[in-house]
Each structure stands twice: as C-alpha cells, then as structure tokens.
Design a protein around this ligand. Structure first.
Ligand code: SAM
Length: 221
C-alpha cells in the first residue's frame, strides 16, 4: 500500500525546474519552498568530493544528483518506482548516482557500507518509526558522519505518529500513511539515545509570503 501511495504522489508532482533562481541546473533544497534555506553544506562533506552519501527517500533525485555532480558517490533509495523512473530519466548522466527501489529500513539493515552523510528531505525519516531508523542510520555512518533530515514542523499538540493523507482524486478515499512528528527537543532526546551526542534541531522560518509554515531541520553526529 505504501508503494502505491507514493507512486500516486509521484504522478501528482511536477518535476524539479530546469534551473533555480541563480540559474544553476542542480542544487540542494532542504525546504518545501524554492530557492530558500541552506544547501548541501549542512552535510559537511569533503569539498574536493569523494564523500559517500545516502539519501533516504530520494524521490525524483534532484538533491542526490546535485551531490553526485559535485563528485560524491551517492545512493538514493525510495519505495516508489514512479519516483525512481523519473530520477533515472532525468539524471542518467550521473555515473556516481545509484538509485535503488527499497524501503529505507531494509536498505540500512542489508547494507554493509559506511557513509560520510545520510540525509532525508521530507523523506523516509519522516515516514518511518524513528525507533527503527535512527539506530539503523547510526550503524551505517562513519565516526563523525552527519545524519540530517528535514520535514514540516509538528502542529502544536500533535506529536508522535500522525496520519498523512495522499490524495487519489474525487472518486477514491485518500491513501493514509503514518509520519512521525516531534518537537525539536524530542528529536534531540531521541537522537542522543540513538548514539548521536551532537544534535541541532531548528525550525527555519518560511520565506516572506502567504505561507507561514517553516521547515524543521535536524542535524546530528
Ligand atoms: C515527499 S517525498 C520527498 C522526495 C524527495 N526527498 C524530495 O525532496 O523531493 C517522500 C519520498 O519518500 C519516499 N519514502 C517514503 N517512505 C519511505 C521509506 N520507508 N523508504 C524509502 N522511501 C520512502 C517516498 O516514496 C517519496 O518519494
């Protein structure tokens, strides 16, 4: 069911633009807003390239392709074949980008690779029980490696597993998934217990405009 839901989501979403406001053809975006927020520097990867990076819930692959184009070796995993087909079509010129259809938890349990950075942008880290995913990510990170993820901040008073709906049009009930909404402080506590002693969790404000919802950005080592 999750795969069908994410395939439906993928079909409903436009592809990433050909260029951003600066005219760049690839870029990293942590937020739900275009041309807003920090970039790949959050991951603290070697500037000369050659980092080993994992994207959990890579979607159509725009962020992963950007890192691969900067010389890092990137694996993107995603449940949705529709997302990954779009990623393969668009980024077929990136030899350092590997795309796999798997759940994030399955990949982390099966893999014996070590990563300099693991990240998730509104991705699998939001839609998987953190009690499963945080320790699994810890095991696959090199000492000093960075785990970073972004998602919408929780609605006040609505914490823990929450229902997330993916629209299926007027003739069907929406798909219902679970996502995990926690306050910045709760993420910090959970990450400490999972073996990440150095954590920052902040809500980036929305850009000027009608939308007020910020972006929760968490980084942990
Ligand atoms: C909201 S989209 C974000 C995609 C991409 N990170 C981006 O920023 O455009 C969420 C993505 O996470 C993937 N996803 C959700 N749960 C997952 C899981 N447990 N394992 C792997 N991928 C998952 C979905 O298939 C979807 O492509």
């Amino acid at each position: 069911m999750q795969t069908a839901a994410w395939d439906a989501y993928a079909r409903s979403r436009p592809d990433r633009r050909e260029a951003n406001a600066k005219g760049e053809t690839t870029w990293f975006n942590w937020t739900q807003y275009p041309d807003h927020g920090p970039g790949s520097e959050v991951l603290d990867l070697p500037t000369e390239g050659n980092g080993r990076v994992l994207d959990l819930g890579c979607g159509k692959g725009g962020n992963a392709a950007h890192l691969a184009g900067s010389g890092h070796r990137v694996t993107g995993v995603d449940l949705s074949g529709v997302q990954l087909s779009a990623a393969r079509r668009r980024w077929c010129d990136r030899p350092r980008l590997e795309l796999l259809q798997k759940s994030a938890a399955q990949y982390l349990h099966e893999s014996d690779e070590e990563f300099d950075a693991i990240y998730s942008v509104f991705g699998a880290l939001w839609f998987t029980d953190p009690a499963v995913l945080l320790p699994a990510a810890r095991r696959r990170l090199r000492p000093g490696g960075v785990l970073a993820f972004s998602q919408r901040p929780p609605v006040d008073g609505c914490y823990g597993p929450q229902a997330a709906h993916i629209d299926r049009g007027p003739d069907h009930d929406p798909y219902v998934l679970r996502r995990w909404d926690h306050s910045p402080g709760t993420w910090q506590t959970m990450l400490t217990h999972a073996g990440f002693p150095h954590t920052t969790a902040t809500v980036l404000p929305a850009p000027p405009g009608p939308q007020q919802t910020g972006t929760l950005l968490v980084t942990a080592r």
